[in-house]
Ligand binder design. Structure first.
Ligand SMILES: [Zn+2]
Length: 169
């Protein structure tokens, strides 16, 4: 598993909720372009992490516990073990070859339209398309849902934020 992180721009404040980015025009995009598109394509989840404010840090709202999350993940893994029982080389949604993605990651018409729009607007590659379907299958598994619902798909699309031309556009 690969986990990597980078600054949003050379000064570090791009999209910061309180501080201003001082990078000149085009600098942020050039900075992002140091990571090649084909490499970004192969990373399943792009997550932008903005600084946590003092109010958020001290908020009393209870987060989901690690034990609860663990249980949810284990259940999703069990589903996947069952799903790929007949395929000894495949253990998780991420390992599905393209044809299997077509069979096992079916989406309804509303989902198809959402994905089409996202592909066009964000300029996504065919590889990113397959990846969105696999990630949405996992999000559905984590939610305990047999079918991939539109909200699962929408969440998966959101994890392609670095593919977006609009990141620094
Ligand atoms: Zn900056």
């Amino acid at each position: 598993m690969l986990v990597a992180s980078m600054n949003p721009c050379p000064c570090g404040y791009y999209n910061h909720p309180e501080k201003d980015c001082v990078c000149g025009p085009g600098v942020v995009q050039r900075y992002l372009n140091k990571v090649s598109g084909p490499l970004l394509d192969r990373i399943d989840l792009h997550v932008e992490v903005t600084p946590v404010s003092f109010d958020q840090m001290t908020a009393t709202r209870k987060a989901e516990t690690s034990a609860d999350i663990r249980e949810r993940v284990e259940r999703a893994r069990e589903w996947q073990t069952k799903r790929f029982e007949a395929f000894p080389d495949i253990h998780s949604n991420a390992m599905m070859p393209p044809q299997m993605v077509k069979d096992l990651c079916r989406i309804n018409e509303a989902g198809r339209l959402l994905l089409k729009k996202a592909m066009e607007k964000l300029g996504l590659s065919a590889r990113a398309y397959d990846r969105i379907l696999k990630v949405s299958r996992t999000i559905a598994d984590l939610a305990g849902s047999e079918e991939i619902k539109i909200e699962h798909l929408a969440e998966a699309i959101q994890y392609r934020s670095l593919d977006r031309e609009g990141w620094a556009g």
